[in-house]
Design a protein around this ligand. Sequence first.
Ligand code: ATP
Length: 321
Amino acid sequence: MIAILTSGGDAPGMNAAIRAVVRSAQDAGHHVLGVPNGYAGLMEGNYLHLGQRSVDGIMYRGGTMLGSARSVEFKTKAGRQKALANLHAAGATALVVVGGNGSQTGAYALEQMGFPVVGIASTIDNDLLGTDVTLGVDTAINIAVEAIDRLQTTAGSHRRAFLVEVMGRDCGYLALQAAIAGGAEAVAIPEVETHPERIEATLRQAHERGRRGGIVVVAEGAKYNAEALAAWFKADGAQLGYELRTITLGHVQRGGTPTAADRVLGSRLGAEAVRVLLEGQSGVLVGIQSGSLCTTPLGDIAGKTKTPDLSLLALAEALAL
Ligand code: ATP
């Protein structure tokens, strides 16, 4: 019997992964147990039997039908022992963990205690090693870009500059993608030192060139987030030419309908996780590299983070003329 949980921040496409795990496992003659609320639920032990019909109509919904949570107790050995006792008592023989960096570190810890675990790379931050893209990031980028498109129109109408803060924790991937796709004037990411005076000069020059509005995409993990950057401009008496406004997109980026790309990715990763488990493999993360499904040992990715392609920063700046 295969158990499945979703953990960490919810990511659009998690439901597609759950559906694929349930249907692929059932197709191969295995039952599936759904664990509510991530590792917190794993330690509580009230698991649900998931049949083919339990996952009807969930594909187009954001979030996760199983719920998610963050748990400090699971980080302790005693917490994980409680979780393992519950898994054994429920008759589970393997666990699929759909989640981001922290969740996969937890998955590795369980595997090291002798329980077979396979991870599915899922976070809107796209900061996991072992995969080019994580489940949920495509939807998050598209939501951010839609918001930027809307802000572009009002920025242009009112001659304003917007500092648009996007999620991504300590990773600038989402900000870089959103900046390029949204045609932003500048972008600030955690991986590269931000110089507020450069952003000020960029906006002023855009104004002087006749741009009616400006957009600066700021990653939440950048040294200067949107609030800090706005405070710097104010304290410096920055002459931007534009009236400045700040907007934090926040959790809006994680909500709503998953894109087709995230639904397909969730379906592929879910089916692959089951295939890998039934083949006798465990202790791996299922991801996608150069378009192909792949597995990476959890020990190689746990506790580490991926750096985005920083050439995208130069591209974003070069195209903002
Ligand atoms: P997101 O990228 O969306 O934030 P995440 O999986 O990185 O997702 P975290 O909050 O970092 O989210 O981790 C989720 C859960 O994984 C934690 O609440 C904790 O229960 C477990 N976890 C994190 N780190 C560890 C660890 N070192 N050992 C055991 N469990 C861990």
